[in-house]
Design a protein around this ligand. Structure first.
Ligand code: AMP
Length: 280
């Protein structure tokens, strides 16, 4: 596996692959890699000739400075995971390299997509995500890029960015990988205390409960019941429980057979904020 730090070297290596007629698959990450990330690498490996991953903890998408400072970093372990799983090139830039002064991002407008859930609770988050993903797509002109449904709203934002900016890249959605007890894998899970980790599957159980009850009780009653269940742990505080249209991500007030629905939850323990979602 080749590890690159600069834009010029990374782009040159990818362009070399393209000149040889290779299909390029790209997996952007913030490191502290786990089985969820590995599933993206594995899928990229089966669908492309050359797999490029990036590790960059993007400061512009953190609205909480302590979350950025405390974001887990496991570089040696990440390198060995990527090597073992067939990654060909790892781009590991510094913030100065990504945000060199000449970089002016286009202006993004995600409309109502960024006004709910993560967009509403983390001001500026999705503009930061778009800013870095657009930049990475310029540096790594891949054929396909792989994103997890774990961050379902992020996936919708990236699809919209690709469409609006007319980028020649295919966005591939990958299913959420979970621990045996249902907790969605996340780099932030290692920041949970033992007690929080034990109680964290309440989020997955709540998603499952929504799936079971959506046809029998009203949406607002259901959201209240789920919120109560999460708060009942005495450890997790509910930030939001939302049932939304899977396409537009706009909240749904009443259950309807005509639309594809999805439930989204954000909950916070002492220092760690977790998100998860599921199709209904
Ligand atoms: P991150 O390093 O958290 O920015 O995540 C990098 C990519 O991995 C994003 O596309 C995430 O949606 C995806 N991802 C993170 N956790 C999971 C998971 N448990 N299952 C599948 N994909 C995931």
């Amino acid at each position: 596996m080749l590890i690159t730090k600069t834009i010029d070297e990374t782009r040159a290596q990818v362009e070399l692959g393209i000149a040889k007629g290779l299909k390029i698959g790209f997996v952007p990450t913030m490191g502290a890699l786990h089985q969820g990330h590995i599933s993206l690498i594995t899928k990229a490996k089966t669908e492309n000739d050359l797999v490029v991953a990036s590790i960059f903890v993007n400061p512009t998408q953190f609205n909480d400075p302590s979350d950025l400072t405390n974001y887990p970093k496991t570089p040696e372990q990440d390198h060995s995971i990527l090597k073992k799983n067939g990654c060909d090139i790892l781009f590991e830039p510094s913030a100065d390299e990504i945000y060199e002064s000449s970089y002016v991002p286009p202006s993004f407008d995600f409309g109502s997509l960024e006004q709910t859930m993560e967009g509403a609770h983390r001001p500026g988050h999705f503009k930061g995500v778009a800013m870095v993903v657009y930049r990475l797509f310029q540096i790594i002109p891949a054929h396909r890029a792989y994103f997890g449904e774990k961050d379902f709203q992020q996936l919708a934002i990236i699809r919209k960015m690709v469409e609006d900016q007319k980028l020649p890249i295919q966005i591939i959605a990958c299913p959420t990988i979970r621990e045996a007890d249902g907790l969605a894998m996340s780099s932030r899970n290692i920041r949970l205390t033992d007690q929080e980790r034990k109680l964290a599957p309440v989020i997955f159980e709540s998603l499952m409960e929504c799936n079971k009850l959506i046809n029998s009780i009203g949406v607002s009653e259901l959201k209240k019941a789920v919120s109560k269940k999460i708060e009942g742990t005495g450890v997790f505080k509910t930030e939001y429980v939302e049932i939304a249209d899977a396409q537009t991500l706009q909240p749904i007030e009443e259950e309807t057979q005509q639309r594809q629905m999805r439930v989204f939850i954000a909950a916070k323990a002492s220092k760690t904020r977790l998100i998860d979602n599921m199709g209904l």
